[in-house]
Design a protein around this ligand. Sequence first.
Ligand SMILES: C[S@@+](CC[C@H](N)C(=O)[O-])C[C@H]1O[C@@H](n2cnc3c(N)ncnc32)[C@H](O)[C@@H]1O
Length: 459
Amino acid sequence: MEQVTTTRPHRGDELTLTIDTLAHGGAGVARHDGYVVFVQGGIPGDTVRAVVGKAKRAYAEARALEVITPSPDRLEPLAQHPGAPWQVIPYAKQLEIKQQQVDDSLRRIGKLDGFMLEPIVPAVQEWRYRNKLEYSFGTEGDADSPTPGQSRLICGFHAPRRWEDIVEVTDCLLASERGNQAREEVVAWCRAQGLEAYDRRTNRGFLRNLVIREGRRSGEIQVRLVTSPGKLDVDSLIAACPTANGLMWTKLASLGETTMGGETELLAGAERLEEELGGLNVSISGEAFFQTNTEMAEKLYALAIEYAELKGYERLYDLYCGIGTIGLLMAPRVAELWGLEIVEDAISDAIKNARRNEIDNARFFAGDVRLVLRELVERAGRPDVLVVDPPRAGLSQKVVRRVIEAAPKRIVYVSCNPTTLAPNAAQLVEAGYELTKVRPVDMFPQTPHVECVAQLERR
Ligand SMILES: C[S@@+](CC[C@H](N)C(=O)[O-])C[C@H]1O[C@@H](n2cnc3c(N)ncnc32)[C@H](O)[C@@H]1O
């Protein structure tokens, strides 16, 4: 019998690989002597030269250094942009891959079948769709060089897998033109003031991040500069940023990369962003979650409403409700709405949003779903319909058990990660629910992310 030997590559090895498919998360999948290699920067049909990073027993991870023979599908990138790794794949193909990945997760990870998979909802805009961008400051050239005149302050995004390096952007193609203008005003001012970027390796330096949020409907722009503790010439900063409707300054003493926490001061304008979503007027505070693609959030929520099949008599739970958007859009179609969310500021936004939209059948509570769902059921009574919209990690098995105990007739699961939806749906099916239908939604063109809405019915 012929013996097949597979030579396992090692870290640093350079390999020539042909990419067959794309894995969840977006890496290309290739085989080297039968051994699986996940290749960043390769798309199906490419032959690439790649360098191996991690090499494990079952698979290795590699990064494409050069495309030797491009896939017939491959497009020229519009711009170097770490936030748009799929821009080399035609949009119709991106949609096809996402649809396939949702199906694949449910069938292979969840071992589910018999559900209806509806066609993916394409994005309204393929570019300039984000209402929030978090930029990082960095230094081009050596900041510690004896001739610091040769170093230059830059603002952009972390390079993929080279965390300390920043790729400068001057026109971010995921942000609107006005959002870009607001960033450029702040960066020009920082340069004129001679301010230095924070160095993530040494924990020295001042300028850390720039967070720009945009009300796509209201036209409002909110700018938040995140720095290490120190001083700023506030009046000249305000004068230099005419595009911002609200200007904030966060001072952070912690190590590393985060834009959360610290001390935030309102320097000018409004602290909260006003926005309109699906006919609701919402007000969003700085640290509350808000879907980053406004136009597609409306489509996602409309789909959740459709899947909820509300008749008007229902008690509705909106778990992981953020500032209350999904529940508030459903509130006119139900008897009562109960929302639960862990971030207190988001809950106070949700309560205000209910009031300003004259919705009086809604109650919102701050708490951890894992710990307080039972208490909510004791207080409010069992839900008829339950909506969950958890973070990427999905629901823990314990939360799924609590949902099963709450025994809603129908569950609408809004998911930003099909690989965590799949085991959660499988646990629900095991407990007597039926996965009836699922529809992917493309909220993030040019990236591997895919959202979907699933409907589960108690049998
Ligand atoms: C994907 S967001 C959805 C928010 C909202 N449904 C929306 O569409 O804007 C997930 C939300 O879950 C909240 N969250 C995370 N862990 C939680 C927990 N253990 N209990 C309650 N809420 C949690 C986050 O703060 C965030 O607002």
